[in-house]
Design a protein around this ligand. Structure first.
Ligand code: DAH
Length: 338
């Protein structure tokens, strides 16, 4: 019985998991275990021997149970430590990348420009992209047979409406519904049948319109100077060139000194040192008449500019199509720029 006890102790100490431990318990202390088997033979012994052996058996049983218990605790502790080790989360590992969006350079530019004019008291007006020919052309003093209509290669809808070719119809819509003084900008999408590295069939413009008594060309110049200097910096060169638009008289195109070479002449400015940036002028009396505003009482100026062109010059983007491909690697480069 003693050697059985020793054998069991050795096995318990060597056990490496709880199942083994339980098997040992059953094999030695179970109902049909080795210890019970020996005790079954006690009948042949004398009462004294039986007592002695019985006490010994109890002692061994108690020892084994105690050992089993402590070994069980040790193994449970080990198992727990192993589990904790395996399931440990390494919080120092970099997290997986979440691709957050970014403002599109055209939208950043649009918002940036709008904010400059809003800070000078202009408010934002809107008009539809599907427009009446009347508002897009006729009421802007562009007659049916005027070559300007050819200049603007227009998308026509089946019902005779068009996709607006510029944001200027918002001038008409605003003056039809509001009385002067008026100071609005109208940013939005416009459409022309045009597609090459510097032209897109859809692009964005901002229109400006200011109407009040005694508005002069000087006011126009002052406002545009503040605008251009806030976008391109205080040192930017600005020049007004006489031009023609049916809806303004007199009309001008505004150039800024080349943002790439600073005016020396390069590929971007085609050697001239200047970049054409916007069209403007004093609202033509014929436009005022079309919207029932008295041209003898009121005067005003208007201007229009392409947002993609400004974004391209500001960010030095050389192909307009990059702005519409929506390649995230391109778009992300303008994160946070405004
Ligand atoms: N609508 C013109 C265009 O799309 C731009 C323009 C020029 C707008 C002169 C104006 C302006 O308001 O006065 O080419």
């Amino acid at each position: 019985m003693k050697s059985l006890g020793e054998e069991a102790k050795a096995l318990i100490q060597k056990a490496t998991d709880l199942k083994q431990l339980n098997d040992i318990r059953v094999a030695f202390l179970g109902k049909k275990g080795k210890l019970k088997n020996i005790l079954k033979t006690l009948g042949k012994l004398s009462p004294e021997e039986r007592k002695e052996i019985g006490q010994l058996a109890n002692k061994i049983k108690e020892e084994l149970e105690e050992l089993l218990k402590s070994q069980e605790t040790t193994l449970k502790q080990k198992a727990l430590e192993e589990e904790l080790r395996k399931e440990k989360i390494d919080i120092t590992l970099p997290a997986s990348w979440i691709d957050i969006g970014s403002s599109h350079p055209v939208i950043s530019t649009l918002i940036g420009i709008s904010e400059i004019f809003i800070s000078m008291g202009f408010s934002v007006a809107e008009g539809p992209e599907v427009e009446k020919e009347e508002y897009n052309f006729d009421m802007l003093n562009i007659p049916k047979d005027h070559p300007a209509r050819d200049m603007q290669d227009t998308f026509f809808l089946n019902n005779g409406d068009i996709l607006r070719t510029h944001t200027s119809p918002v001038q008409v819509r605003t003056m039809l519904t509001r009385k002067p003084p008026i100071a609005i900008i109208a940013p939005g999408r416009v459409y022309r049948k045009d597609a090459d590295p510097t032209h897109s069939p859809m692009f964005h413009q901002i229109e400006g319109l200011l109407v009040d008594e005694n508005v002069t060309f000087r006011d126009l110049k002052g406002i545009l100077k503040i605008f251009l200097e806030s976008v391109f910096g205080k040192d930017v060169g600005i020049r007004f060139r006489p031009s023609y638009f049916p809806f303004t008289e007199p009309s001008a195109e505004v150039d800024i000194s080349c943002t790439v070479c600073g005016g020396k002449g390069c590929r971007v400015c085609k050697g001239t040192g200047w970049l054409e940036i916007l069209g403007c002028g004093m609202v033509d009396p014929n436009v005022f008449k079309a919207v029932n505003i008295d041209p003898d009482k009121y005067s005003g100026f208007a201007f229009g500019l392409g947002i993609e062109r400004i974004a391209m010059l500001k960010y030095r983007i050389t192909d307009i199509r990059l702005l519409f491909e929506n390649n995230m690697r391109f778009n992300h480069q303008f994160k946070g720029i405004r």
